[in-house]
Design a protein around this ligand. Structure first.
Ligand code: MN
Length: 705
């Protein structure tokens, strides 16, 4: 039977006839596309995609995944385009193929240990769909099996990348068979001599012990049967690299690694696991300290089993794993067992997922969700690491930053000096503004200038605490003058409300004030006012003789807001005031003047301490843009997000941020937009209302700060 026939036979065992037909078409298409191409080994190229697909069939993957596996090199290596794949085999298959080509762009070249974990996470985050990773692992496994045809340089690079990146990913996904084979093959190519010696020693040892293994197997089976525990017992060889690792980490000679054989007992349910354990501990004495209960406490990848090591006949340690059939399938197929169990109801798998690591759990959830409302959700990512984004420095180092991080955050995470002096950047070799939000896999280059300084506006889009605290610190020290100027305006306003003109305050009054406050200079007090550390009204009263200030309440004297005051004036995140709104200023210690809308619900709640409030108004000459929250409810239709976004762009507004929550046929989009004033916002909303998909639209004034 040919490999192609074997593949079709394997999928016929679990796929519907029409799905088998689809895979057959993909197979024929790939065969024709690759015709005439040979692998380095001299084999016809099609042998590779077929082998990759066959690595995936024991995991019972769906027709789309198997088709994509067959087509995975077609776009890269032939003149077939992604569009043709999409037209012939559907968008999902094309997306999977496309996702694979994207991963191929990244090669792991650094020797830094710490970078490997970031690289693994970046690959997973880039993949967006775990099926892409599964195909990638199968692709890598077959390439590893056929690595001999490559040059020594390439063999070493690929083997090292497999050992450090792909084998751990397979392990994390719970794909134990693929994980072990990847490790053994990498080991073989990285250390050919050690591999040869060890595999020979292993062969000899197995020959010597075969008889004893048979005896132990029989003993285990008989004892379980006598205790009425239906069980499947098997002896298994430990994988070579696993033995090598044990020798390394525990500094043992090969002769000391005695438990090269493991035994596995599969039973029907969880109580039977513990029952069997008790029975076997009565048969052979357990070695103290070796028992592990991964049923009660599963491993991070969801693995469940009981492990124990027993003193066998002649004192040989034997390792025994006891688990249910269900747990066994999950251990073998890992994350792919999701597909195996998809159709079967009432399986304990749901229960299992609850116990597994958060990471795997969210991954499985996103998979099961992708079944419904696919059309709308296809614009969104299946995020494997929703909180992080992985980007490259020009030297190829990978940095992990929080999701939403911008170029400024990147600059500060490289070095404080780079952050303080950055003026522009190149993202993927193209000039990009500092506010650009970073995406997985971006290559970021920072352009600095020797005398550049941090800008207060950066605080609007820097999200990492490192960047924010550096910017703040810088602004506090360097922008002393700015704060002092703002403080003077605030003080003059307070004086005006007491009917005192600033020039009526003489040097003596200031000297008195410096003495009582302990401040060093007039500027320091003014800067303190500007930064909200001191209240203008209090200082004003201290500056004028007591008799004149007596019983005077602040009245009138409005302070105008330009929006360019820097640190001294901030706009409240809860209501996001924009020019045209009626506004109120609140002095907050350490933060300066915070501007809220007059009707802000958050502000109303915190009312009290009336002397901290200030009358403020918008200046007539405002030229900057302001952020505003807008909530839009749309009917889930193909491309609706793109439509909304383009209307916003046409109205000359920018989207700062957007969040989604989907419910049934509707999705609520929470935008943060940039507008110049109320009129501009009204125009944006007027244009959006014209879209038929829009159900509801409203400005948000009570965002949780
Ligand atoms: Mn390939």
């Amino acid at each position: 039977m040919s490999d192609a026939d074997a593949l079709l036979q394997e999928i016929s065992a679990y796929l519907k006839p029409q799905d088998v037909e689809r895979v057959r078409h993909a197979l024929e298409f790939s065969d024709i596309a690759h015709r005439g191409q040979l692998r380095l080994s001299g084999a016809p190229y099609i042998s590779h995609p077929i082998a990759v697909a066959r690595i995936l069939t024991p995991l019972h993957l769906d027709a789309q995944t198997i088709s994509a596996a067959l087509l995975h090199d077609v776009v890269e290596d032939t003149d077939v385009t992604g569009e043709i794949i999409a037209r012939k085999f559907g968008k999902s298959v094309a997306d999977l193929v496309n996702g694979l080509s994207k991963l191929d762009r990244f090669k792991f070249e650094t020797t830094e240990d710490a970078q490997a974990e970031n690289f693994r996470k970046m690959l997973l985050a880039m993949a967006r769909d775990v099926r892409v990773i599964l195909i990638k692992l199968a692709d890598r496994l077959h390439n590893m099996r056929t690595l001999d045809a490559m040059t020594r340089d390439k063999i070493e690079r690929i083997a090292r990348e497999t050992m450090e990146i792909y084998a751990p990913i397979a392990n994390r996904l719970g794909l134990s068979a693929i994980h072990q084979e990847l490790e053994d093959l990498s080991f073989k190519h990285l250390h050919p001599n050690r591999y040869a010696v060890l595999s020979k020693a292993l062969q000899v040892a197995r020959g010597n012990r075969r008889e004893m293994v048979g005896k132990i197997l029989t003993a285990l089976r008989q004892r379980l049967t006598r205790n009425h525990i239906p069980a499947q017992v098997s002896g298994r060889e430990k994988h070579l690299f696993g033995i090598y690792r044990k020798m390394q980490t525990k500094s043992l000679a090969f002769s000391q690694v005695l438990d090269i054989y493991g035994f596995r007992v599969l039973v029907d349910d969880v109580p039977a696991c513990y029952h069997a354990l008790g029975v076997l501990h009565a048969l052979y004495k357990p070695i103290p300290g070796k028992f592990k209960d991964y049923i009660a406490i599963p491993k991070a990848n969801g693995y469940q089993s009981l492990h124990t090591t027993l003193f066998g006949p002649l004192g040989t340690p034997i390792e025994v794993q006891i688990r249910t059939h269900e747990m066994h399938e999950i251990a073998e197929a890992g994350v792919a067992s999701h597909w195996m169990y998809k159709s079967a109801r009432n399986t304990p798998i749901n229960n299992l997922h609850q116990k597994t690591h958060q990471w795997l759990q969210s991954l499985l959830e996103s998979l099961s969700e992708s079944g419904n409302s696919v059309e709308f959700l296809e614009h969104l990512k299946v995020d494997l690491f929703p909180d992080e984004v992985y980007v490259f420095t020009p030297k190829g180092r990978i940095l992990a930053l929080p999701r939403g991080a911008t170029v400024v955050d990147f600059a500060y995470s490289v070095h404080t000096d780079i952050g303080d002096r950055c003026v522009a950047s190149k993202v993927n070799f193209e000039l990009a503004p500092l506010r650009t939000e970073l995406r997985n896999g971006d290559r970021v280059e920072i352009i600095t200038a020797p005398h550049a300084k941090p800008n207060p506006a950066w605080l609007n889009y820097a999200v990492t605490s490192k960047a924010r605290s550096h910017i703040r610190h810088f602004l506090k020290t360097v922008n002393f003058q700015e704060s002092a100027a703002m403080g003077e305006r605030l003080l003059n306003q307070a004086l005006a409300s007491l009917n005192v003109k600033p020039r009526e305050i003489d040097m003596a009054a200031w000297k008195r004030l410096l003495k009582t406050t302990g401040a060093k200079s007039r500027e320091e007090i003014l800067a303190d006012i500007g930064l909200g550390r001191r209240l203008n009204v209090v200082i004003a009263r201290q500056l004028i003789p007591a008799s004149e200030a007596m019983d005077q309440l602040p009245t009138g004297g409005v302070i105008t807001i330009l929006g360019t005051e820097g640190m001294a004036v901030q706009f409240a995140k809860c209501c996001r005031p924009i020019p045209g709104d009626a506004i109120v200023g609140v002095i907050k210690s350490g933060q300066g003047l915070v501007v809220h809308t007059h009707d802000c619900p958050t502000l109303r709640k915190s009312r009290g301490g009336a002397d901290k409030w200030l009358d403020v108004a918008w200046d007539k000459n405002i030229s900057r843009l302001f952020e505003v929250g807008v909530r839009v409810v749309v009917a889930n239709q193909r491309g609706v997000l793109a439509k909304v976004a383009s209307v916003i762009a046409e109205a000359e507004s920018n989207i700062e941020n957007v969040n989604f929550t989907s419910e049934g046929d509707y999705t609520a989009l929470s935008f943060t937009l940039q507008v110049s004033n109320r009129k501009h916002l009204a125009e944006v909303m007027r244009r959006l209302r014209k879209l038929p998909e829009i159900i509801q639209i409203a400005r948000v004034k009570n965002a949780v700060a």
